[in-house]
Ligand binder design. Structure first.
Ligand SMILES: [Zn+2]
Ligand SMILES: [Zn+2]
Length: 322
């Protein structure tokens, strides 16, 4: 089968012909149709996160069909959990001590076939084409979990308006929240997308909000946004860091946290998050904006993501000719 292989940080991804994976008991063999590109893939390629093995097939927003059937399934980042640790037993499988992640510990979806533990695969809402559904599987899920952990904000700031923010913005607006989009000051394309999706204000992520926020979610991997977001947050407000990696957070005065502001992160996802989001998606309805790339152009997709040149979400269309 055709696959894109990751060998080591700093090396270009390599197109290769490799053997089709063989499903073990409890696993499905899946013919991949589309796989979303996530900033986590970029962190792995850039060496900010370590790969479980190499060569590795990245990709953890997989849409495909079970080989030999017409059953369409999605495969997310959370690929396996132990089921026994204190986190698994308390409804927090996203924090499982022994969790294995798709596209990091388990070969992922930037290939014609993949295998996945059936318990972590799920059916997708029928109204979404394969390429449109893919960004729901990580960008959508992480954004949704971050929104639920932000409390019940009337005024919500979104820092970094990429794949995750463009989905969570639609959910938040549908829930009657007022959304404020913070981007790099020169990113007029992201600001235009934010306003198109219902944000009432957009502006510079290092600058002041037009009024205090009840919560802010930071998707961009830049630590300097943490004190900037806290300064824009009202008393009792929440700042959620939604990325798996962030540059160091600079020191800030205690008064920016004082008055019961909360600073927290969100890690991974649970199967309950996924059920909730996928039930919600068609009712909003969430519409994903995607930039498509053929499989062999995955490197270009990652370069575009690094440069901030993706409008909405980047998705590899595995069926497209290169
Ligand atoms: Zn992801
Ligand atoms: Zn566990």
């Amino acid at each position: 089968m055709r696959a894109m292989l990751f060998d080591a940080p700093g090396r270009p991804l390599r197109p290769a012909e490799v053997a089709e994976p063989k499903p073990e008991p409890g696993q499905l063999l899946i013919e991949v149709a589309a796989c979303g590109v996530c900033r986590t893939d970029l962190h792995l390629v850039d060496g900010e996160l370590s790969a479980g093995h190499t060569p590795l097939i990245l990709g953890h927003q997989i849409v495909g069909t079970v080989a030999g059937s017409h059953r369409r399934v999605g495969v997310p980042w959370l690929g396996w959990t132990c089921g026994h640790c204190e986190f698994c037993r308390s409804g927090r499988e996203n924090l499982c001590d022994r969790a294995r992640f798709t596209g990091r510990d388990i070969d992922g979806g930037f290939a014609e076939f993949t295998v996945a533990d059936e318990r972590f695969c799920f059916d997708l809402p029928p109204g979404y084409a394969d390429v449109q559904a893919a960004p729901l599987l990580c960008a959508g899920l992480i954004g949704y979990r971050a929104l639920r952990l932000s409390g019940d904000p009337a005024r919500l700031g979104l820092y970094g308006f990429g794949a995750a923010a463009h989905i969570v913005c639609q959910v938040a607006v549908a829930e009657g929240r007022r959304v404020f989009g913070f981007t790099r000051p020169d990113d007029s394309a992201a600001q235009a997308l934010a306003r198109e999706l219902g944000a009432e204000w957009t502006g510079d992520s290092m600058g002041p909000a037009p009024e205090p926020l009840d919560a802010a979610i930071i998707f961009a991997p830049a630590g300097e946004l943490v004190p900037a977001a806290l300064r824009n947050t009202a008393k009792g407000g929440v700042v959620v860091c939604a990325g798996i990696h962030m540059s160091d957070i600079p020191a800030f005065p205690y008064r920016d946290l004082w008055e019961e502001r909360t600073l927290r992160s969100v890690a991974n996802l649970t199967r309950a998050d996924r059920q909730a989001l996928l039930a919600l998606a068609p009712t909003v309805p969430i519409e994903t904006h995607v930039q498509r790339y053929p499989l062999e152009q995955l490197g270009r997709a990652l370069d575009d993501l690094r440069a901030g040149e993706v409008r909405g979400a980047a998705v590899v269309d595995v069926k497209a000719a290169s």
